[in-house]
Unconditional design. Structure first.
Length: 423
């Protein structure tokens, strides 16, 4: 197939951030498909006069639009960036040969260039949903006015009505879509574990511990991800403040950046834990952060105590399992259910920081429990969330979208021999 893959925040392993689209794009190339990724260049440097630059990443041609974006931008500037990218991406995508166009949110405005390209080229569109939008921003108060909520729901309806297939990243997201749009075919393809990327995590972690004075042989809780309003990383600061009194050598490391970074740092300073048992590090490429996962005793994912967020499918959870480490979360939902069912981590109290600290200390102080959780994490990564297994499900959705509506005698979409490399 000739695939146009739209993702406004496409990242490679040499960059910080989630690499789901990169991992699927390179596997599509390995399977003989032709892949063009249309994304944004958030640094907006080295572009051509028309605002674009092009690279080849693992065999996929990547088109980078000069659309700066930072988490610290105002809400209005972020909306402008979304629509600026949608405008540029629509023209670029429609100019590419394609059998199917895939759009992955957020933001949901990604559906605009995808639908434009699909209609112009008369091909199907597959929509991938990473957050249930606009349910989440409405629940968080980001969309307050009746007009903004109406516009958001109209865009959502427009996107689903034009999608041949929808991919949801969690069962909860899929249930929400099916409840409100029962005619839309939805398939769950969660985030996955890139086990090859974390294959040397143990050795890299041991080396990191040997060369990092603040860590040494102390137990480590790791958070590697965005510091945004949704993530509520201040929760970890408060847990660390309690833990400092109960288990002073337990280290908390936060790797990342975002609009809440300054407030998290300020709170950590106010509570007396910054650069003591709470360490903040700048974002780093995923290939480098693997060592911190390997050094961790447990790694975590936090979100605000809001039911709409319980369906999340955070990359950091699956990176933790890929490294063979237990994961700790502070919310309910399908991830919490998976942890309890498999034993691959622990579910902390969402609102009681003292209790959460005690739960965490009891866990790291029990070597038998930690070892069992590591074994469970590796099993979950291998048998349920291995990226190769999930990719086959993802690829099949694309194949199904292209085949629907084609007469039995019609020629197949342009492709090399699909199945030549079964990764």
């Amino acid at each position: 197939m000739r695939i146009v893959y739209l993702h406004q925040y496409f990242r490679t392993p040499a960059m910080s951030g989630g690499t789901r689209s990169y991992e699927f794009a390179r596997r599509l190339v390995d399977r003989g498909h032709e892949v063009h990724v249309v994304t944004s260049d958030i640094e907006a440097s080295g572009t051509r006069g028309d605002g674009w630059r092009t690279t080849v990443e693992a065999g996929a041609t990547v088109h980078w639009a000069a659309v700066p974006y930072r988490g610290s931008m105002s809400y209005r500037d972020r909306i402008r960036a979304f629509f600026r990218f949608a405008q540029m991406a629509a023209v670029r995508a429609a100019g590419l040969d394609q059998d199917v166009v895939v759009a992955t949110s957020t933001p949901l405005t990604i559906a605009i260039p995808a639908i434009y390209s699909a209609r112009r080229r008369r091909v199907p569109m597959v929509l991938e949903i990473r957050d249930v939008w606009p349910e989440v921003p409405i629940a968080l108060g980001a969309l307050r006015s009746p007009l903004s909520r109406y516009a958001a729901r109209r865009l959502e309806s427009f996107a689903y009505r034009n999608a041949r297939r929808v991919i949801a990243l969690s069962p909860g997201m899929a249930d929400s879509i099916r409840r409100r749009f029962p005619a839309v075919p939805v398939k769950v393809v969660p985030n996955g574990c890139d086990r090859s990327l974390f294959a040397d995590a143990d050795d890299a972690g041991a080396e990191l511990r040997a060369t990092t004075p603040w860590l040494g042989d102390r137990p480590l809780f790791l958070y590697a991800g965005t510091l945004g309003y949704v993530n509520q990383v201040d929760y970890l600061v408060r847990v660390a403040a309690v833990a400092r009194e109960l288990r002073p050598d337990l280290r908390f490391a936060v790797i990342g950046d975002g609009p809440e970074a300054a407030s998290v740092r300020a709170l950590a300073a106010d509570l007396g834990v910054l650069d003591r048992n709470f360490i903040m590090l700048d974002p780093m490429p995923k290939s480098e952060v693997a060592a911190y996962f390997g050094a961790s005793t447990v790694a975590g994912s936090t979100v605000r105590d809001e039911p709409a967020l319980h369906a999340n499918s955070a990359n950091k959870v699956f990176d933790t399992w890929a490294a063979g480490r237990p994961v700790a979360v502070n919310h309910e939902g399908w991830i919490a259910d998976t942890i309890r069912e498999s034993g691959a981590g622990l579910v902390l109290s969402a609102t009681d920081h003292a209790r959460a600290a005690r739960m965490l200390i009891e866990f790291v102080d029990d070597p038998v429990r930690v070892t069992a959780a590591r074994q469970a994490a590796r099993a979950v990564a291998e048998t349920r969330f291995d990226r190769d297994l999930l990719f086959r499900r993802f690829e099949q959705v694309l194949l199904d979208a292209v085949s629907v509506g084609r007469p039995p005698s019609a020629s197949p979409p342009h492709t090399a021999v699909v199945g030549a490399t079964d990764r």
